[in-house]
Structures are given as structure tokens and as C-alpha cells.
Design a protein around this ligand. Sequence first.
Ligand code: PEP
Ligand code: MG
Length: 566
Amino acid sequence: MTRPMPKSADISTLHGTPAVPGVVAAPTVRPAPRIRIDTDTEPVAVADRESEVHALHRAARSVAERLHDRATTSTGVAAEVLSANAAMAADRGWLGTAEDLIGTGMHAARALVAATDQFVDMFRTLGGSMAERATDLRDVCDRVLAELAGTPEPGIPTPERASILVSDDLAPADAAGLDPNLVVGLATSLGGPTSHTAIIARQLGIPCVVAVDGLDEIAAGMKVLLDGSTGRLLLNPDPETAARAVTAYCASVDRTTRWTGPGATADGHRVEVLVNVQDGAGARTARRVPAEGVGLFRTELCFLDRESEPTVEEQMTCYREVLDAYPEAKVIIRTLDAGSDKPLRFVGHSAEANPALGVRGYRIAARESGLLERQLDAVAAAAADNGHAPWVMAPMISTAAEAKAFADPVRARGLVPGVMIEVPAAALMAEAILEHVDFASIGTNDLAQYTMAADRMSPRLASFTDPWQPAVLDLVARTSAAGHRLGKPVGVCGEGAADPLLACVLAGFGITSLSAAATAIAAVGATLATVTIDDCRRAAAATLSTTDPRAARAVARSIIVGDASW
Ligand code: PEP
Ligand code: MG
């Protein structure tokens, strides 16, 4: 069915959440519709129920085998997702539920849909990353239904020419199978920047915008200009605008590849550009990008698979690997940030109704006897061996008393104490907190989650947890100002620092360092090098007069890039 064309000029630009940077102009394609199940059928006769069960298992097995085969010819996240979906197609609990329903007289297809509905409800109730599995399961269900009906697998068409794929939400197995030469852009109405679709698009290098409002307005075949860095889609662009936008993006890619650091604006205002790492191997790989040091070493990620607490010796070995990768540079080690989305098995997490608001991060250290002290001993030992004092910061600090309680044992070991500012209370009390420590680093991921009361893992709340939310920017500005009053550095190490445009705004707020994933470093540094600190300050001030992320991005963009053309 053809979709209606947009009727007025005011819907010619659609907005979503940027997920993978890049600018492309191409016609659109849409996936084939899902199979509809006839619910108005006679119950299956008792004698025929066994053959329905067999048909179900045969179909599920074929789908599992096909997904497994595709996993073996894929790499990275795509392979992981395809394997996980293959396992899902063989899941005994899911198929068993469908089998039970067939036993009540339902046809295999209807039973499978009902079983899927039950599991999807359960995933959604559990929330967080489990909610994401709902999309995976629906996709696997659709594939088994197609197999049962003897129709081709549902999913995306193979476009005949380079196209932008437009869809409600892409099934992970479809995302994993995309050919980046033919699918040159991706836009979805659901999903967040950390959804499987976005992660796979990032791995494949396909510019992507998620959570787009009004995506239904795009008819298959309509020409679209997609900007994955700003989250915008221009419908039916005139060829000149499209060509100009693509050329400007190519020029920025060229600048990025030539950027060698150190971090500074065009007029020489220094902003350190640092890298986020999770272990020694990651730190050694990150040496390939021109970061000046490590702005966030997430130590908990070294120990996610541990059943028992790593010994001081074992911890020391891990920490020293990272220090050794940056022998002369600043390294900021974060103490264990366990709990919520990163539970550690060896930490006695008790069951909590709201783990993100529970005993997590520094709050665990304050209750679990000796855990923090042993970690600080390991950091101090690694530093002694290595010969320079790393900075050490605590996650999830909420009060000045916590900052003081953390700083004392850190200083006692000759290390430099700091805190993460991730809780709105900490941002509001930043000056009192900074009195006790030597630096702060703002975690925009959690700061956005707590400021907006929106689960950062929820794909349906991505627009709330956008670091461009003016309320979040306001708290960043206040924290930075507190640092300036006390003459103490305040950096940003959440995802916000990985967005080149936002990086300029953060510099404008007076942020002294930006720390991001290795893949984002060069684009951040290169963009910063194109603007003056005055423009950064003007852009930062302008964002505070806006009331939503879209307006904040637009006003910053018009000052930093000078592009308000679409
Ligand atoms: C943050 O919250 O922004 C942050 C950097 O910490 P994490 O993402 O590890 O919670
Ligand atoms: Mg955090």
C-alpha cells in the first residue's frame, strides 16, 4: 500500500535521535509487512494436534538453523545478535508455551503468536535491556510464521540501488544482514541510540537516526536527505541542498582523519581530549587515536564475569596494564560502579525494586566492608610500580559528605581524588562537593537518566535521556561554573562528550576535558579545532534559552556550523 505524501511544507523535515553520524541523500525503501494471522479459525481436532506441534518444531528448527548459518558468516555484534536469535528460535520455554496452547486446540501459528505475546509482556515488565529482547522475539516469531505458511522470510527487500531504509523498528537479524553498499542510511521510529539496531548500524558504518517522529509520512521511493549526526531527515530535498550537505559532511570527515591533537579551539583555548577505556587491551588499542590520556577507566567492566572478588594482586595487574598504555599521560580510574545495569556477581546486591535508584556505585563501597579500600590499595600498588599518580574518582556521589569520605582514603594513598557528577543533587551541590576533592567528571548518561526520570536503557525514552535536554545542560553549566569558582577541573566523560557539536557547547560551558570512546575522539577534536571559544560560549548560552533538545541542537548548530539551511 502506498503511503500518503506529505501535504505541507512544515512536515518536510522530520526529527529523531542521532545514532550513527553521517550524511546521505537517497530514495527510501521499506520492509515487507508482517504476516497477519487469521484468529477466526475452528479449533484443531485432538487427532491433528500432534502434527501441528511437529510443524511448529520443524519451522522453528529451520529458522534457528538459518540464523545460525548467517551468524557464522557475520562478525562482531552482528554475529552475536544472530547467534542469540538462533538460540531464541530454539528456546524450549517459548516453544513449550506454544505447544501447550496447541494442546488447547489452537493452530500452531496462533499458538506461537500467543506465546510470543506472553513472553513480550514479561520482557517489557522486566524493563531495561530485557525490553529490547521483545523486538528480537517478535522478529523470530515472524520468521517462524513465514516458515509455517511457506512464504519467504519477512524482512527488508534488497534494494536495486543505494537506498535509505525506513522502518518502525528493525529486527536485529535484519539489521545484522544489511549491505552497507545498498542500505546507505537507516531511519526508525522506535529504538534508542543504544538499541541493537543502532549498535549494528554503527558497526556497519551506516548513518542512522532512531526514534523519528512522523516517519509514516515517508512513502517508499521518496528522496530523503538523512543527517545521522543531528538526527534530521529532509524529505524531497532539492538536489543542491542535498549535494551541499553531503559535501560539507565529506569535508568534516576529511578534517577528522587529519586531526592529530592536542585538543584546542581554533583560537587556542585548551580542552583536553581523553579516551574512555575498559581494560588494558582497550587502552592499548586506544593508543592509535590522538587522545591525550584516559578520562574514564570503567574498572567494573574488567570483572563482570567474576564470581569472587578479584584479589588486590589481580586488580593491580589490570590497572597497571592501563597505566602502562599511557605512561606519561593523565589516567582517571573510576572505582567500581557496580549495580543497576552493571551488576557484579561478587558484590552482594540485594533484590531492589528500583536498582538504578538503589545501592549502586559509591553507595556499595560505603556499605561493603573493605571493597573500596582493597581497590584503592590495588590502584596505589599499580601506580607505585608505574611511577606516576593516577586520578581516582568515585561514581554516583550524591552528597558532600560522600565526597569527603571518599577523598580521605584516596589522598592517604598518594592518589588524586575526584568524583563523578551523575546525580542532579551532586550537580546542584557541586561547589560543596568540589571543596573536598581535586576534580570532577560529569557522567551525562546517568545525569540525563536521573534528571529526566527516564531509564537510560529504555529505547522508548531515548528523547528524554538525550544529553541535549536543556535541563541536563543547565546542570552541566552549574557544575562547570562551580569548578571555575574553585579553580578545579571539571570534565565530561558520558556519551555527550562523543557528540562533536555538543563537545563545542560543553567547552563553551567551561568544561576542561572531554572523554569519549576511541572511535569518537578525532571527530570531537577536529570539530573543536574549527571554532573559537567565543562561539562555543555563545552556543552554550543559547542552548540554555531553549526548552527542548531539538531547539538546543538547532541553535548550537547555527552558531558553531553556521548551517541553518534545513
Ligand atoms: C555516565 O553515567 O555518563 C558515565 C560515564 O558512566 P556509565 O556510563 O559507566 O554509567
Ligand atoms: Mg554513570
